[in-house]
Write a protein that binds this ligand. Structure first.
Ligand code: WTA
Length: 665
């Protein structure tokens, strides 16, 4: 088998290596063999509501059973299990107290410095109840929005679960976002409280969190925030505002360890999570309690084949959807033991992931292709951090999420981490979909590197053209989902028009969910390969970034007149941000250009967060525009790649500018 790949193989489209599930894995799997998969798909096809109703009854505990599964009368504002009542925290915690899991470890917390602590289901239940009572004592109640800006910690999971317990809707903001990004989210959500920590530890360094909350709250429009609750992580120096700020441990102290869950309707908003779109400010993706939790639990069973003895490790941050579904909710809803990791993959060295797997005997490992690619590089440079140097024999299943995985990275992961015995689930999904959509089933689907293979049972994914007509296999098109599913977003918080126009566009008939990705199905197998976003959203290291957001940040700088941002392929991060900038003054060159570029990078980090820093900045006297003044981004994409422009440029107002923009600073 060739070690090197041809360029066509790089995105998996020409890939013909195939990896059937190992027989011993298939024999014990929740969905064993393709017949079992096909049977479930057929059940969903035949009686869609019956299928989902059965799943919801079998997977969740309902305080009040639902009588209707799906209501399509106000499409695309679908509702699921609407008259049923439940509580997400009850399903994640209380039911594990009576089914034999009470003293089972729920969370192994692996701190940045390598210290590990464990929390059982009984202990986690107690901590969540106490914190829920503490929130109530501050007047926080059902329907209130609470922003959570916390490090990876048991306390972060506890905060989310405590909100769910009292029916408050949480909105977690990733700890790498700036004060301004935090302020925008606090305002949009109308948050009454912010839960944060004094500082966070990353790679041996203490970084501020509370100071950023202070900065955000001091900005205009954040006066809805009555309380700032602070978890003491490092004991570092912070300012305290009397009357507003309170330590988490003081607030929790003396609270009762019992807290009756607030029973909410299945459609009650469990959380809002902001994500980037192609236009405007980040949108608050709103998820409902019942449908979301159902799919979080169900996909733990199907995609991850979770078993009582597994040690599950999802390396995502709770600030992203992957951390919501596959740390805070999914693993707990199925009573699993999981690792919650505070650190970074390269501290104290790039062997940290492998060392941690060996230390805690992780059986299922779920991470992003960017992490894999950077660890391939690191282990090529230093054999001591190569996975083969560690005992990874506990692993039985690997997963990938957030961006396309190139076959080369897939093969390395398969050989060196999985020792050629672990299936790899390449899970395609989105913040909006709540959980996995298209993914192999580890005990059923023969895998092909670079392909997310087939939709899960009940997920009616398809590929259509721009008029919404099906395209044949082998022909690329737009990825859609033809029928609503329980864990889909319900709306954009405060902006139902944007939800309807953005996700159910009239051009596709108004009924299909538009994912925003292009895809193609293999002619023979029907397997899906995602070919990338079809809108102006970039995917950098598995993080979604809107080009517009970065452009707005750049033009807010006093030196900048105009900016256009595009993505360019990157060996490690998948895509990298490339910005074309016109200054209000003469075009800089040499050292000066380098300095200004650095200044602008830092500015973007300050405005949005370090993840939005452009990797490359190029200066021009102008940008390539049509005679009507429209920036020709497709030309900029070609320039960013370093390729020669072969397209017709006759409609350009100023073709000479292209020459200038070829040069990077
Ligand atoms: C991309 C992350 C290819 C895709 C869970 C999608 C993927 C966006 C995959 C959602 C995958 C996610 N293969 N592309 N397995 N998984 N994507 O909202 O472009 O942060 O639309 O959710 O990531 O990113 P989000």
């Amino acid at each position: 088998m060739a070690e090197t790949e041809t360029s066509q193989q790089q995105n998996g489209l020409q890939e013909n290596r195939i990896f059937p599930p190992p027989a011993d894995f298939a024999a014990q799997a929740a969905i064993s063999g393709m017949d079992a998969y096909n049977k479930l798909c057929a059940e969903a096809e035949k009686d869609y509501e019956g299928f989902w109703g059965r799943m919801a009854r079998e997977t969740l505990d309902w305080h009040k059973p639902f009588t209707k599964v799906l209501d399509e009368s106000n499409a695309p504002f679908y509702t699921w299990f609407e008259d049923g009542e439940l509580n997400a925290s009850y399903n994640c915690l209380d039911r594990n107290l009576t089914n034999g899991n009470a003293d089972k470890v729920a969370i192994i917390f692996e701190a940045d410095d390598g210290k590990a602590t464990t929390v059982t289901y009984r202990q986690l239940h107690e901590r969540v109840c106490k914190f829920a009572n503490a929130l109530k004592s501050r007047g926080i109640k059902k329907g209130d929005r609470v922003v959570i800006y916390m490090p990876m910690s048991v306390e972060g999971v506890t905060a989310m679960q405590a909100c769910a317990r009292i029916g408050a809707t949480h909105s977690v903001v990733f700890g790498g976002f700036s004060a301004k990004s935090l302020q925008e989210r606090i305002i949009d959500a109308g948050a009454v409280a912010v839960i944060t920590a004094d500082e966070q530890m990353r790679g041996g360094k203490a970084l501020p969190l509370k100071a950023i909350v202070d900065e955000a709250c001091a900005m205009e429009g954040c006066d809805t925030v009555r309380d700032v609750i602070v978890y003491k992580r490092t004991g570092g120096n912070i300012n305290f505002q009397q009357g507003r700020d309170i330590w988490m441990h003081e607030l929790v102290d003396g609270q009762s360890a019992e807290c009756e869950p607030e029973w909410v309707g299945a459609e009650h908003p469990l959380f809002i999570l902001y994500t980037s779109g192609s236009t405007g400010t980040p949108k608050g993706v709103q998820h409902a309690t019942g449908g979301y939790l159902l799919w979080a639990a169900q996909t733990m069973k199907w995609t991850f084949d979770i078993k009582p003895n597994d040690v599950f490790w999802c390396t995502a941050d709770i600030g992203w959807v992957t951390g919501h579904t596959y740390i805070t909710y999914g693993p707990l809803a199925v009573g699993a033991t999981q690792i919650v990791f505070e650190g970074i993959p390269t501290f104290p060295n790039a062997g940290r992931f492998w060392e941690t797997i060996a230390k805690h005997k992780a059986t299922i490992f779920y991470t992003a292709p960017t992490a894999i690619r950077s660890l391939i590089k690191a282990s090529n440079a230093d054999e001591n951090v190569h996975p083969k140097k560690f005992d990874l024999s506990s692993l039985r299943l690997l997963g990938s999420v957030g961006e396309p995985i190139n076959p080369e990275a897939w093969m390395w992961y398969y050989r060196n981490v999985g020792n050629e015995k672990c299936p790899i689930v390449d899970t395609f999904w989105q913040t909006e979909t709540g959980g996995h959509m298209i993914t192999p089933l580890p005990g059923a689907t023969p895998e092909v590197p670079g392909s997310c293979t087939l939709p899960l049972p009940g997920i009616m994914a398809a590929i259509v053209d721009e008029a919404g007509h099906d395209v044949p296999n082998g022909q690329g098109g737009i990825l859609v989902v033809k029928r609503p599913w329980p864990s889909m977003l319900r709306t954009i918080w405060g902006n139902p028009q944007r939800f309807k126009a953005g996700y159910f566009p009239e051009e596709l008939g108004g009924k299909y969910y538009l994912a925003g990705d292009g895809a193609i199905r293999n002619k023979d197998t029907g397997y899906f390969t995602i070919t990338g976003r079809i809108d102006d959203v970039l995917n950098v290291s598995g993080h979604r970034m809107g080009t517009m957001e970065i452009e707005s940040a750049l033009v807010a700088h006093e030196l900048v007149a105009e900016a256009a941002v595009v993505g360019k392929p990157d060996d490690t991060t998948g895509e990298a941000i490339c910005a074309f900038v016109v200054l209000k003054r003469a075009r800089p060159s040499g050292e000066e250009a380098k300095q200004i570029a650095q200044q602008l990078r830092n500015w973007v980090a300050h405005e949005i967060g370090p993840i939005a820093k452009p990797k490359e900045i190029r200066f021009g006297d102008n940008l390539p525009k049509t005679r009507s003044g429209k920036i020709m981004r497709r030309l900029l994409r070609v320039l960013a790649k370093g390729e020669t422009i072969t397209q017709d440029v006759s409609t350009l107002e100023n073709p000479a500018i292209l020459e200038q923009l070829k040069e990077s600073t």
